[in-house]
Design a protein around this ligand. Structure first.
Ligand SMILES: [Zn+2]
Length: 288
């Protein structure tokens, strides 16, 4: 019933576990000190994603925000118990290039330790809030390597107002950091279309493009024997979430096509094969 997968290439499925009010688009409208007063929807939405993955027999990497893990340790345990990879989405969802290295180090170590205490497993992967490892914050890779992360998945090789390193590599690679550490970078997927480098890795882009266009991008990436990286947030399958007033553009980015997202997502899961980021990096021989 579910398996209509023509591709044998295993792609990378990732979930950035955060609630609807923690996104960067609303950071000017909702302070961290208000997070505890908001209606929480992250457990129910993440459990729904876990159910969908179970239906489609898919294992994924969940980059969990430390703030959420502290509030909902049972959710993190459920993710791990179902055989998914638990990785770190930092602690407070602040953009890295707005933090000092000292603060970033403290938050990063704290969030890794918290997830490891909850699951009993080592956390190997990291993804920055809003892909905020850019040329201004490459120092973060040193701190990640020193904290014991094996890989990072935060660099988007696109031009964007808040993130991106245009022209950087589009497949997983070994980074030699300034201090001489080594860490794997697994960038977010892009596709060259009509002369433009388009971000195609999921999230708002998956909601923006019609499904047939996303499928066209993914099929063409897989045709060249390459996997793509896909990401989704739990709030993206929750059209009934409370509305937050923000700028027109921030509201568009957050609310566009929420109502279509879950159906598109299950269609995607039926048509392509996926695994965790750790597993894909092992297949590629980049981590052991
Ligand atoms: Zn995030």
């Amino acid at each position: 019933m579910y398996n209509n997968r023509q591709s044998i290439i295993q792609n990378t499925m990732t979930v950035d576990v955060e609630d609807y009010y923690q996104v960067s688009a609303f950071s000017k409208n909702i302070a961290i000190s208000d997070w505890g007063n908001m209606e929480s929807r992250v457990v129910r939405n993440t459990e729904r994603i876990l159910q969908i993955f179970d239906d489609y027999a898919i294992k994924a990497t969940f980059f969990v925000l430390g703030w959420v893990a502290r509030q909902e340790p049972g959710l993190v345990r459920n993710i791990a118990n179902e055989g998914h990879e638990v990785a770190s989405h930092g602690y407070s969802h602040q953009l890295i290039y707005t933090q000092t290295p000292e603060l970033f180090r403290e938050e990063t170590i704290r969030s890794k330790q918290l997830l490891e205490d909850i699951t009993g497993n080592v956390v190997n992967g990291y993804r920055a809030a809003s892909y905020s490892i850019t040329k201004k914050s490459l120092w973060a890779l040193d701190i990640l390597a020193e904290a014991g992360f094996k890989y990072d998945s935060s660099i988007f090789p696109v031009r964007h107002d808040n993130y991106g390193i245009p022209g950087s590599a589009t497949e997983a690679y070994v980074v030699e950091t300034k201090k001489g550490h080594k860490i794997i970078e697994y960038p977010l997927s892009t596709y060259k279309f009509l002369g433009q480098i388009l971000p195609v890795a999921g999230g708002g882009y998956f909601r923006l493009y019609p499904y047939w266009l996303s499928r066209y991008f993914y099929k063409n990436i897989n045709k060249t024997s390459k996997p793509f990286v896909f990401y989704i947030h739990p709030w993206e399958i929750d059209p009934a979430q409370p509305r937050i007033k923000a700028s027109w553009f921030s509201e568009f980015r957050h609310y566009n096509n929420l109502v279509k997202c879950e159906n598109r997502f299950t269609q995607l899961l039926g048509e392509f094969s996926f695994s965790t980021m750790e597993d894909i990096l092992k297949i590629q021989g980049l981590i052991s």
